[in-house]
Design a binder for this molecule. Structure first.
Ligand code: PLP
Length: 466
């Protein structure tokens, strides 16, 4: 479909009086709306016939890329397939058409769903109780840190204001700590990519509220000293927070609770297959050990994103207790296979055994001038979503690849072949890679300008004048 045929803005398709809807006759009594709250002139909405609207949005939706379109190896984000049975359950009117303020005797089925999910998450993570209210991983982090802060406050231990975060951590970890009013202290990684215990020891004292970690960490490495780390932090009176975004490779095999973590969040939209990207809807339930549940804050008056929770429960029950243990090994196998097949043409800075994801540091041949950004853009020409790039910040040309367990060997082989072809092109025709993408509706955008000077309203958008 030639995208040039279609306008970018529905407003550009608007023609006066071309109206595609008919409202029912107003049979309500007339009320005068006070002039203080009524419009001075009519809203300038686009006027389009139904077919124009359908084509406009259908063609735009075709420019979107999702897991249902193609391979999406976006490291750290676990872009796993959302089985359609999840959506079938979420579309059932019994679940779809309820209201959070409905009397509880009429919502027993839905409450059973939330209770089952809380119990299963507790079993999978080794926690004693869960709240389903947080609506994303970052929301869960904030919730968890509020729990930790309340715990210290309840003991009048108010000098604990620091949160220790490894230098490989996801950006939301320090951000959540800062939003919670806590001070972020960074701990270094060793050359093998895991937490430096000597550096950690120098940061531990009676001002530490918690340490936040994800395990396996952002480089896909299992923190082999985790039991020792937990012991050190507990000994100084701090609590351990588990960022569960990387729970996927451990599912049903080992549990953060058994490692000694006190508070965890899980990302239902990552590990438990519910759709994500584009800003939502997510779900980041928080689990706690012992009597920390008394500090669950009121971050959301209702039950969280219920239909996301229902999808996650459907995914878990579809797999069952035994099959769920296959998820981690398969995700790890897929990642290891890609790593081994590409490590001669892409630089592998950390060679240790990794789990469900790993990081390359750009092309092995540094003489071509082709960057990680160029490789990511060139991948789009072949219908692959790019990996996560320039994160973690430990390497200048980071490329973080997470294939998930869902992909067939054929898809992965195709990806490997394309990555090898791009590495070859970088040597033989570097300009071809540097000027990519060539086959997408939009070429390279100036992302620095877009970030520094965002233009959020189309200059010709009549709605702007409303
Ligand atoms: C995705 C992710 C988060 C944040 O989760 P959101 O649901 O995107 O807010 C936190 N930590 C890690 C390691 C992640 O990958």
């Amino acid at each position: 479909m030639n995208n040039q045929l279609y306008s970018n803005l529905i407003f550009e398709l608007s023609r006066p009086e071309r109206i595609g809807s008919s409202l029912p006759k107003n049979e309500f009594p007339h009320h005068d709306i006070p002039s203080s709250v009524s419009r001075s002139h009519a809203a300038e909405l686009p006027e389009c016939d139904e077919l124009t609207v359908v084509r406009h949005y259908t063609n735009h939706s075709g420019n979107n890329f999702g897991v249902d379109n193609g391979f999406y190896p976006l490291g750290s984000c676990t872009m796993k397939y959302n089985p359609k049975i999840n959506d079938e359950m979420a579309a059932k009117p019994e679940f779809l058409n309820i209201h959070p303020l409905q009397p509880e005797e009429t919502t027993q089925g839905s409450l059973t769903v939330t209770t089952m999910l809380r119990n299963i998450l507790s079993n999978l993570t080794g926690m004693d109780d869960f709240t389903l209210k947080p609506c994303a991983g970052a929301h869960g982090e904030l919730t968890g840190l509020m729990i930790i802060r309340s715990y210290h406050e309840s003991r009048q231990d108010t000098k604990r204001t620091k949160v220790i975060v490894p230098d490989s951590a996801h950006g939301t970890n320090p951000a959540s700590a800062a939003v919670c009013g806590l001070e972020v202290v960074e701990v270094k990684s060793m050359a093998d990519g895991t937490v430096d215990l000597e550096d950690l020891a120098t940061k531990l004292d009676d001002t530490v509220a918690a340490m936040m970690m994800t395990n396996p960490n952002t480089l896909g490495l299992f923190e082999h000293d985790i039991v020792k780390i937990v012991e050190m932090v507990h000994k100084c009176g701090g609590l351990m927070y588990y960022d569960g975004a990387n729970l996927n490779p451990l599912l049903g095999v080992c549990r953060p609770g058994d490692m000694g973590f006190d508070v965890v969040h899980v990302n239902l939209h990552k590990t438990f297959s519910t759709p994500h990207g584009g800003g939502g809807p997510g779900s980041g339930p928080v689990g706690v050990r012992g009597n920390l549940a008394q500090y669950f804050p009121h971050v959301n008056p209702y039950h969280g994103n219920f239909l996301v929770e229902l999808r996650a429960l459907t995914y878990i029950l579809t797999l069952g207790r035994e099959n769920i243990k296959e998820v981690g090994p398969l995700a790890t196998l897929n990642a290891a296979y890609i790593k081994e097949q590409l490590k001669d043409v892409y630089e592998l800075p950390i060679t240790g055994l990794s789990k469900h994801e790993f990081v390359f540091n750009g092309l092995a041949d540094k003489s071509t001038g082709v960057t990680t950004m160029d490789v990511a853009k060139r991948l789009l020409d072949f219908g692959f979503h790019a990996p996560t790039i320039y994160f973690p910040l430990l390497f200048h040309e980071a490329m973080m690849i997470e294939p998930t367990e869902n992909e067939s060997v054929e898809t992965i082989d195709k990806f490997i072949a394309v990555m090898r072809q791009i590495a070859q092109e970088a040597i033989e025709q570097p300009e071809l890679v540097k000027s990519a993408p060539h086959n997408t509706p939009i070429k390279r955008v100036d992302d620095v300008l877009a970030a520094r000077q965002p233009v959020l309203i189309h200059p010709e958008n009549p709605a702007e004048t409303v």
